[in-house]
Design a protein around this ligand. Structure first.
Ligand SMILES: NC(=O)c1ccc[n+]([C@@H]2O[C@H](COP(=O)([O-])OP(=O)(O)OC[C@H]3O[C@@H](n4cnc5c(N)ncnc54)[C@H](O)[C@@H]3O)[C@@H](O)[C@H]2O)c1
Length: 366
């Protein structure tokens, strides 16, 4: 993900001037062969294998930190205590205790911006769904479904890596990896789950270790979380799913909001296509379909009819981060911020409850 962010910085000219421009001045990775890729950048950033060296560089105002989950707490704390703004990766600590420590540290430093990476709501479709939710065009909520699907683990011969080991990825398994993608917009809408019944699946319990043997693959592959959330104090079913084994899917986020007055649906599988229905009582229930083009959170040079993709949404998210860091929450060019530490904490509370639900086969209140 470090290279993805470096790519977004390198083509900043793609965006219209937003009064602030990030420069990549220092990169850290413990693997020298990973650092070698950054030598292609011009101007080239300083390179180090020791993050303390990066934090001692007084040109560094903000740090994007993308490391395995068991390192989040220690590295994010180092960044915060060095006085830098932080764009953290999800899940924002390996477990609930780590997330609580990080939120407390972040909130003790109001002069530093702390946000958590979640780029999909910055897609044109994600933004349309968000505007539609903010305008409350749904009437009474019937049901909300938000799902994030990979098929990356369908092949049992795929060798293990850190994301498939609980010690490095966390007990949450796929929820820690992919859950925030599904939760960002529902949480921003105020639809915080009040209860959950989880069904977690461990479909591939061991994997090749890459050295001719096998190793236990002790993380949950798939998570289906049937939650109850409230809108206007009225309960509704909120279905959150995160799956590493969803046959045929690559990196699909699906959000569907059904309401008594209107419904809306967006999937990154058809990244141009927004579907919605405005329902008037007694009239036909007809869905409208619109090709979205490139309408962005932050305007870009792309013509309005050109489609966007993952790297564009990531750049839009980074723009929101640097806009907020430079201009403050009230001075931002547009109002949609990156995911907050409190939203990340709410995701941890849900994942922790989901683990308990799976253990006991019970509905867990939050
Ligand atoms: N926002 C997204 O869409 C998205 C996508 C993938 C991963 N992620 C998140 O990004 C984070 C990293 O995932 P990834 O896929 O980039 O993993 P990765 O394994 O590809 O990269 C992690 C890098 O961290 C380096 N590293 C390990 N320890 C370090 C240390 N002490 N100091 C400096 N570097 C160190 C490793 O050498 C490696 O190059 C995770 O939190 C993951 O959940 C987010």
């Amino acid at each position: 993900m470090g290279r993805e962010l470096a790519g977004a910085v390198a083509r900043w000219v793609h965006l219209h001037d937003l009064g602030v421009e990030p420069r990549l001045v220092h990169v850290c990775d413990v693997q020298p062969e990973v650092l070698r890729w950054y030598e292609r950048l011009d101007p080239g950033p300083a390179l180090t294998t020791d993050h303390r060296e990066l934090l001692a560089d007084d040109r560094v105002d903000a740090v994007y930190c993308a490391v395995p989950h068991h390192l989040h707490e220690a590295l994010y704390l180092d960044v915060l205590r060095a006085g830098r703004h932080l764009l953290a990766e999800k899940p924002f600590g390996i477990d609930l205790a780590a997330a609580r420590t990080l939120v407390a540290e972040a909130e003790a430093r109001p002069g530093q911006l702390v946000r958590v990476s979640s780029e999909f709501p910055f897609s044109p479709g994600g933004q349309e769904v968000w505007r539609w939710i903010a305008e409350r065009r749904f009437g009474r909520v019937i049901e909300v479904r938000s799902k994030f699907f990979h098929s990356s683990d369908l092949d049992p011969q795929k060798p293990i890596n850190w994301k498939r080991r609980a010690a490095q990825n966390g007990e949450y398994g796929v929820m820690g990896d992919l859950g925030m993608h599904a939760l960002h917009l529902p949480l921003r809408a105020g639809w915080r789950p009040r209860s959950v019944r989880a069904v977690l699946s461990d479909l591939v319990p061991e994997r090749p270790d890459g050295r001719g043997g096998t190793e236990a693959c002790d993380t949950w592959d798939n998570a289906v979380l049937s939650c109850v959330a409230h809108d206007d104090e009225r309960p509704f079913p909120l279905q959150i799913e995160a799956k590493r084994i969803a046959p045929g899917e690559t990196n699909t986020w699906i959000i569907e909001v059904d309401g008594m007055d209107g419904s809306i649906a967006f999937s990154t599988k058809q990244p141009k296509t927004l579907r919605w229905m405005e329902y008037r009582r007694g009239e036909p229930q007809a869905w409208s379909v619109l090709d979205l083009g490139s309408r962005a959170t932050y305007p870009s040079i792309s013509g309005a009819i050109f489609e966007t993709g993952f790297s564009d949404w990531l750049q839009q998210m980074l723009a929101a981060f640097v806009d907020e860091a430079a201009h403050g929450r009230d001075g931002m060019r547009q109002p949609f911020t990156c995911a907050t530490p409190r939203e990340a904490l709410a995701s941890h509370e849900l994942f922790t409850a989901a683990l308990a639900s799976q253990r006991d086969g019970s509905v867990v209140e939050l």
